[in-house]
Design a protein around this ligand. Structure first.
Ligand SMILES: N[C@@H](CCC(=O)N[C@@H](CS)C(=O)NCC(=O)O)C(=O)O
Length: 219
């Protein structure tokens, strides 16, 4: 039997969460290696010099160090609920939301979350900058149940871990904010069996450890 692909991951990282969501949804299995970002294993540095997580190493040696590439790799193998749509207009919309999420929104999210490291402006002003993206998401979710239509798509799953991170900065503010459709969308995803399956608590991986299969076999 050929060895499983290896996924270097970090439990709370939103990029790693979306990669794990796609892998579990597609019914694939990988060997998971939990990384401590402050003490990255040599095996990760050797295959990916910038050493971000997630990183996927396939049996043929191919390395993927972008979470969206890992998602697309998983969905190309199995996409039971059609997260990858064929419709060009929806695909373009999804891509533009993903660009905003990974670009501008992530930039302001980091400042909102770690405002003490960015004393130039107040936490509230960082939140307000980030909110410009939330306004757009809220508008979509007033039109249909998911960001790009009546069914869940790549954008929902890839953006959700970042909205989770935003909401967790101050959940009581978020739960009373004007983004009530977004709140329901978030809570629905947070309570899904899929999300819970991809959040196991794992000890940091070290060279020589017995492989840990992901998703957990008893999950
Ligand atoms: N473009 C990458 C970004 C991944 C990323 O930035 N991950 C963060 C953790 S959430 C990281 O590994 N940062 C490196 C570090 O903190 O040393 C992707 O989409 O996978």
């Amino acid at each position: 039997m050929s060895p499983l692909p290896v996924l270097y991951s970090f439990r709370r990282c939103p990029y790693a969460i979306r990669a794990r969501l796609a892998i579990a949804y597609a019914g694939l299995q990988v060997e998971i290696r939990e990384v401590v970002l402050k003490d990255k294993p040599q095996a990760l540095l050797a295959i990916c010099p910038q050493a971000t997580v997630p990183v996927l190493q396939l049996g043929n040696g191919e390395i993927m160090s972008e979470s969206l590439d890992i998602m697309r790799w998983a969905l190309a193998q199995n996409d039971p609920e059609k997260w990858l749509v064929q419709d060009e207009a929806i695909k373009n919309h999804s891509q533009s939301l993903l660009r905003l999420n990974d670009g501008e929104f992530k930039y302001w999210l980091d400042r909102y979350k770690y405002h003490d490291r960015h004393p130039a402006n107040s936490q509230q002003s960082y939140r307000e900058e980030a909110e410009r993206f939330l306004v757009q998401l809220e508008e979509q979710l007033t039109k249909h149940a998911w960001l790009t239509g009546q069914t869940a798509g790549l954008a929902d799953i890839a953006i959700f871990p970042f909205i989770r991170q935003f909401a967790l900065v101050d959940y009581s503010w978020f739960s009373q904010s004007p983004y009530q459709h977004l709140l329901s969308w978030l809570e629905n995803l947070l309570s899904s069996p899929l999300f819970n399956l991809v959040m196991p608590k794992l000890p940091p991986w070290k060279e020589g450890d017995k492989p840990t299969v992901f998703p957990p076999l008893n999950g």
